[in-house]
Design a protein. Structure first.
Length: 286
């Protein structure tokens, strides 16, 4: 037996997962979202610490996917993943699936992600500063610099900065949703890990914008004293990132897979057979 699932098989799994998530209880969506935010935030800390220690950005990108793999195997949820998966159940006309349920799923998972991210942001700030009694170390300064460049830096660019962040959000969730789907493509744990690791590595290495990462990174920067406020973060990072993630995850990743493997167009042979059948009908009726 093959160890892999064919596209037509894992796309059906995507639809099933999307349906299950939209029907999950409020408690479980919040809990799974919170735990996902906690684990992904710690993965950001590992990646940034590695970058500071080695001076090589690509090394941080290589280690960052460990957090995504852990939360995926544990069955926790990122809002970036449900951006792409939840609507598929509606497109497939699954019973009881409405847009209100989809938006509820997005909102509750996103709220859970935010809660988890904020908890870790505060605790990491305590850890890096000795409960705010020490000067910022190199890792803390790196968090301040990165969060400032990707919020105040975009604000200083005006609309060009907003659009840049939006486009990076598109590319990010194109990769992240491929990572989510990768968890459905193999039977072995090693195969699933590999299929998750590579897309997540790409998004982090290219510094694309991820909603949940940014729910952690920018509050941490502000707690550590970065020179930007909540309005700048929301208007020039989080909002365009969320919108870009929706486009990248749903329109550029999950929807094309759904259309070509679940709603496949008739093959050329099927079209030819249909034409032969139509042309033969008059002769048969004589």
């Amino acid at each position: 037996m093959s160890a892999d699932f064919k596209p037509a098989q894992f796309v059906q799994t995507m639809i099933d997962v999307g349906e299950a998530k939209t029907k999950t209880s409020t408690r479980d969506l919040l809990l799974r979202g919170t735990m996902a935010g906690i684990i992904l935030s710690l993965a950001v800390v590992v990646a940034i610490t590695t970058i500071v220690q080695t001076g090589i950005g690509i090394v941080g990108a290589l280690v960052f996917p460990v957090g995504f793999v852990i939360l995926s195997v544990m069955g926790y949820d990122l809002v970036t993943g449900v951006f792409g998966l939840a609507p598929l159940a509606k497109f497939a006309n699954r019973p009881g699936i409405t847009w209100n349920r989809i938006f509820r799923c997005w909102g509750l998972v996103g709220l859970g992600n935010l809660i988890g991210s904020l908890i870790v942001a505060y605790l990491v700030a305590v850890s890096l500063t000795g409960n705010f009694s020490l000067e910022l170390n190199a890792v803390a300064k790196k968090f301040v610099a990165v969060s400032t460049a990707r919020s105040l830096g975009f604000e200083n660019m005006g609309m060009d900065g907003w659009i840049t962040c939006f486009v990076r959000g598109i590319f990010c969730n194109l990769m992240v949703c491929l990572g989510v789907i990768g968890n459905m493509t193999a039977r072995s744990v090693s195969g699933r890990v590999a299929m998750m690791w590579f897309p997540i590595f790409i998004f982090f290495a290219l510094v694309f914008e991820h909603t949940v990462v940014n729910m952690f990174l920018f509050p941490l920067g502000m707690i550590l004293g970065a020179d930007f406020g909540i309005a700048t973060w929301l208007n020039f990072n989080l909002i365009p990132t969320i919108l870009g993630n929706i486009v990248g995850g749903l329109i550029m990743t999950c929807l094309p897979l759904y259309l070509t493997h679940a709603k496949t167009a008739p093959s050329l042979d099927a079209q030819a057979d249909a034409e032969v059948s139509v042309n033969a009908e008059p002769a048969l009726s004589k």
